[in-house]
Design a protein around this ligand. Sequence first.
Ligand code: NDP
Ligand code: HSE
Length: 439
Amino acid sequence: MVNVGLIGLGTVGTGVARILTGRRDLLARRLGTELVLKRAADLDPERRQAAPLEAARLTANAQDILDDPDIDIVVELIGGTTTARDLILEAVSRDRHVVTANKALLAHHGNEILAAAAQQGVEVAFEAAVCGGVPLILALRQGLAANRIQEMFGILNGTCNYILTRMSQDGMSYAQALAEAQARGYAEADPTLDVEGIDTAHKLAILVSLAYCAPLSLDPISVSGISNLDPLDLQFAREFGYAVKLLAITRNDGETIEARVHPTLIPRDHMLANVNGAFNAVYLTGDAVGPILLYGQGAGMMPTASAVVSDILDLARNLIRGVRRRVPPLGCDGALESPRNIKPLDEVVTNYYFRFAALDRPGVLSQISGILGKHDISIAAVIQKGREVKGAVPIVMITHEAKEANAKQALMEIDRLPIVSPPAVFYRIEDPHLHAAQI
Ligand code: NDP
Ligand code: HSE
């Protein structure tokens, strides 16, 4: 028998409790012995009352889980980076294996936690921390271990993808779509983590570590979210044949690694453009396997619980066989000691979408394109829509590849032109057809 202690009976914890109590036979068949949810803790009495567990096994005090000598695996599902850190470090120091879905904690304190686990010789598993129910961590740690990962494009936040889908397909307002995502249990307790791209950055930090055998690090990841996205840009993007997705992007050129999170225009016929609602996907290229798409529900009670329980089973199997730490948590021995060079955002070369609000006068386009040309930015397509409204007309451009620093410098100069109402809007584009067109 393997005993599990669960801390946090919120959205994900409730799903985990349901699976552990409702599928005992299935799990016992898979494991060869019983997997028992021995105790569960939550601060909220209503959550405890709603849990599928008899009262004697429930507690308000997480310490009761750590103090129970029969518990083999501690599952942290409270979220946050303070109490969760303390609980996990204590569990590790008391020789318990740990499962968590807490990507914020891993991004901020993962190195400390994984070092402590290595020192103690216990496991810390986190399949649910990236892409909810999609077994992406398993794929990176094991299934793709033969590969050098060349690039990854991820839709990693269910809340943002849900909002973008509802806005672009159903014309819903940003606020309404966010409220729906929250009601469905996709959003973080503080939804600014979702909409400002921070949750995606937490997840990207984990993926970069796994892909490139590096310590966890949030600092070098540049981040912008979707909270300021104007529906007008979704429409214009569509006219150019693009969908807008909040993407986590990482690329390895052999010397430096790109790591960035931002709303991105991608061709509407790209597989990622058709990932909708709370679904997540990662499109990655390995040098042996080629391109791979992993796709599934990235948030919500049962998909996330599915991933948490897969970790519990994995650790339980190790316990039964008397095996520890067969696969390193970040997929490489020594990952915590091998920092990588991250390419500064200003050095990144990509394509751009620009929208200017300009006066409808002869010569306006040539002034704008003159500044772009001066900064080595060539225009691939342009549209100007309608006549002047409230003193300005939108001019929208798609560019060929240009350096980020040049794009920013050019936009600063254009914003100073008297014929333009600043600020210019700009988004990055990932479109292999545009690269080919320039050659
Ligand atoms: P919830 O906010 O729904 O649940 C957290 C629960 O933990 C609440 O009931 C909370 O009680 C309780 N809690 C907080 N502190 C303590 C404590 N010290 N002791 C006992 N209970 C405590 O969060 P989620 O289930 O949505 O998320 C849990 C974790 O999973 C987070 O790290 C999140 O980022 C991650 N995650 C969530 C996904 C999702 O789709 N929701 C998907 C993937 C990962 P109270 O409300 O009273 O504070
Ligand atoms: N808030 C997160 C999301 C939960 O919306 O993707 C899953 O990590």
